[in-house]
Design a protein around this ligand. Sequence first.
Ligand SMILES: [Zn+2]
Length: 110
Amino acid sequence: MESPEVYTEVYRKARKTHRCACCFREITRSTHYMECTGIWAGAPDRFRIHKSCYELYRKLSDRFHFDDPLPFEELETEARECGHAWPPPLEDKQRTLPMSAEGWLKKTTQ
Ligand SMILES: [Zn+2]
């Protein structure tokens, strides 16, 4: 993967199920993921990766100071070589505030 010409990263909460570009597991609804949008060699593309995969990705990228961004699909190889658990443990769905709790909070504060 070459360096993208345009690149943005934003954390999102999954409204539907997606597929992680790093570990290829499911990104479960209502968990957080990193959406990476960019233009590579003139072609726009978008990747969605688990929050835990992204954090591992950052950790490894910072450690090695890659000239070019580490391709997502090579994260597994790098992670294993560095002794990290693969695939990374996923965000615990229970720890995120369920939609119903937000609704409940609104109802009780009004
Ligand atoms: Zn993942």
